[in-house]
Design a protein around this ligand. Sequence first.
Ligand code: GH3
Ligand code: MG
Ligand code: MG
Ligand code: MG
Ligand code: MG
Length: 311
Amino acid sequence: IPDDEQPSMVVNRLLDLIQTEEQERYRVLVVEDSRVASTLICRTLTEHGIDSHAIADPGRLLEVLESYRPDLILMDMHMPRFNGVEATRVLRQMSAYQTLPIVYLSGESNIGMQVEALRLGGDQFLIKPFNPVLLAAVVKTKIARFRDMQRSTRVDGLTGLLNHSAAKARLKAMVESAAPGERFTVAMIDIDHFKAVNDTYGHPVGDQVIRGLAWLLKARLREGDLIGRYGGEEFIVALPGTDPALAQTVLDRIRVDFAALPHTHPGGALYATFSAGLAAYPTVDSAAALTESADGALLDAKRLGRNRVEI
Ligand code: GH3
Ligand code: MG
Ligand code: MG
Ligand code: MG
Ligand code: MG
C-alpha cells in the first residue's frame, strides 16, 4: 500500500470494505475551533461516506452529543475556551460516554502531551496535517468495532433478539416517549412444560425450540415491534399502536403456528406450545407495571390450561 497523498484504487477498495453491511451511516462529531480545519475534516469524511457535524466550542459538547448521537468524536486539543483533553477527561467520567471512541486530531507534536492525552481517555492520536486515507480508515475501523461491541451487549447470543436488559430499556423508552393518546400492548410469552423438553430430549434440542420461537416471532411481527428474550424460555413483545384485542389476535395466530412447528431431534420431531399474557398501555402506565401485569395474565393462561393467550 503506497503512503503518498493519492490513494490507489486498492486502498480505496479496502476502505469501502470496512463499511458494507451497516444500514445506518456512521456519524462523527468534529470538535475543532479552526473553521478551515473542520471544513477540511468534514469534507474528507463526506468523501468516504461518513456523516459529520462540527462544533467549534466544546462547551456545547454535552448538548450536541445528546442530539447528534455520534459514533465517534474527532477532538482537537488546543481550543480557546476549553481543552480537548479536559473535555475528554470529563466525558470519560460519564457512564454514557465511557466507551465512545475519541480520536485526537491535533497539531500537537510533543510526544509527552500526546501520551498524556491518551492516558486521560483518548483512543488514538492523529497528527495534523492529516492523511485523509488514514483518517477515514481510523474512523471507520474504530466505529465498526464500537458498533459490534454495542451490539453484543444488547443482543442475546442464542436467538439474536434483544436480551433482558436491552428489552427492558426499550420498553422503558417506549413508555417515556409515548405521545398523548398513543397506545401499545405488551406480551410476556413462556414456553409450556419446557423442563420436560429438556429432560426428554436434552438441552441442545431445548435450545432449538427456543430459537424456533424466536425465529417465528421475528418472521411474524413488524420491524418496529419490540421482541426480546426475557429469560430462558420467556420472551417479551411490545406492539406499538396495537390495542389488547388486536394483539391477542396477532399472538393467537403465532401461537397456533408455533404449536404446528416441528422441532427435529435425533429420533424424529417434537412439538411445543407457549402461553402468553397481555397488558395494555396506557391502562397500565409504567414499564415495571406492564411486565408485572402481563406476567399476571401469563400465570392465568398457565392455570387455565396453557397454550393460550390471556389479557
Ligand atoms: P411452565 O409451562 O409452567 O412454564 O413449565 P416449564 O417447565 O416451562 O417451567 P419452568 O420455568 O419451571 O422451566 C423452564 C426451564 O427452562 C428450566 C430451565 O432449565 C430451562 N432453560 C432455561 N434457559 C434455558 C436455555 O437457554 N436453554 C434450554 N435448553 N433450557 C433452558
Ligand atoms: Mg485548535
Ligand atoms: Mg419460564
Ligand atoms: Mg414457569
Ligand atoms: Mg415455561
